[in-house]
Design a binder for this molecule. Structure first.
Ligand SMILES: [Zn+2]
Length: 113
């Protein structure tokens, strides 16, 4: 996947998961017609949620996309921790720390493991 990756690193795992599924699915398709190539053409954050755009989609890929979007809606876009949609100046899915809700002035220097 090369083009149009426009979202935070925290969602990498979700994007990676979906990309792998779609890639494997594309290989299983018996007929590789040009119009039937479920390749991810764009991944972006929109209104605080993750959005995938495929060159071709069907019920199977739509189901995975829905699952991936739901996962992203519970994942901080910046760090991958548990997050939720925050109504900041603009809508973003963030953990409490990245949403500025925790009192600790230090957010980034406290990483375990
Ligand atoms: Zn975060």
């Amino acid at each position: 996947m090369a083009r149009g990756f426009e979202c935070g690193d925290g969602w990498f795992e979700v994007v990676d998961w979906l990309s792998a599924k779609i890639e494997a699915y594309a290989k299983l398709l018996p007929d590789q017609r040009e119009q039937f190539c479920p390749e991810v053409i764009q991944v972006k954050e929109k209104f605080g949620g993750l959005r995938f755009y495929l060159q071709y989609s069907d019920q199977t890929t739509d189901g995975w996309i829905t699952e991936a979007e739901q996962r992203a809606s519970r994942t901080c876009e910046l760090c991958g921790q548990l997050g939720e949609l925050q109504e900041l100046p603009r809508r973003q899915t963030l953990c409490d720390a990245h949403a500025g809700k925790t009192r600790s002035p230090r957010i980034d220097s406290n990483r375990e493991g």
